[in-house]
Design a protein around this ligand. Structure first.
Ligand code: 5GP
Length: 218
């Protein structure tokens, strides 16, 4: 996928007023604007599912959710992929897998990337077509570390789908195979993206407010 196929979320243009959509009462003061409403997220995922599925042959793929943030995207993407057709015009057999990766505290990367796969689980990936499903690529360091870890395990193919790609000067240059939206350099929450495990129950992707940051910092 090249950048012309992503949706570019420009901060001043995509800045929906909180009053125009339903926000849970408990988050009214904690977000400052809606960047991507839930309906738009779903429509975009329907298209991503078509694009991704159409690039695979008639072979089983292992779709792996990068937890916890990728959970909602993974779940909706799989549902659309079940109905989409592959290169041969057939539905795609999928095995589902999960990996836990953690690198952030508050809105800062700790630099220490922890991956939950055991050596045994990594060896079982040999010969598989793996599609990693991630919520957001920010600097790209987490995904680079994950891909470096997978390098020696002789996978048949390895691709990455990320719902969001942050436009940040701190990017290490890593770009995933599939991107839903390119987003401004803000800390975003909602649609399972969290701030210290808060906001996963918010449907829209929003920019966190200073009040929200302060209230939920650890
Ligand atoms: P990276 O290593 O690319 O800088 O960061 C990747 C991880 O950091 C993501 O998987 C996500 O968990 C977290 N992250 C980075 N930026 C954001 C953000 O704006 N909002 C949220 N909720 N998490 C983020």
């Amino acid at each position: 996928m090249n950048p012309s196929q992503w949706i570019d979320v420009v901060e001043d243009k995509f800045n929906y007023n909180l009053d125009h959509f339903v926000i849970p009462d408990h988050y009214q003061d904690d977000v400052k604007s809606i960047l991507i409403p839930h309906g738009l997220i779903m429509d975009r995922i329907a298209k991503l599912a078509q694009i991704i599925t159409s690039e695979y042959d008639n072979e089983r793929i292992t779709v792996c959710c990068v937890l916890k943030g990728g959970h909602q995207f993974f779940s909706d993407l799989i549902n659309y992929m079940k109905k989409a057709l592959n290169k041969q015009g057939k539905t795609l057999p999928m095995t589902l897998d999960f990996v836990r990766v953690k690198s952030y505290e508050n809105d800062q990367s700790t630099g220490d990337v922890r991956i939950s796969w055991t050596e045994k689980e990594l060896k079982e990936l040999k010969g598989k077509n793996l599609l990693l499903v991630e919520d957001i690529i920010d600097t790209g360091n987490t995904m680079k570390k994950l891909l470096a870890t997978l390098e020696k395990y002789e996978l048949k193919s390895l691709k990455v789908a990320s719902l969001l790609l942050k436009k940040t000067p701190l990017s290490c240059g890593y770009v995933p195979d599939y991107v839903g939206f390119a987003v401004p350099d803000l800390f975003v929450v909602g649609y399972c993206l969290d701030y210290n495990d808060i906001f996963r129950d918010l449907d829209h992707i929003c920019a966190i407010s200073d009040v929200g940051k302060e209230k939920y910092s650890v």
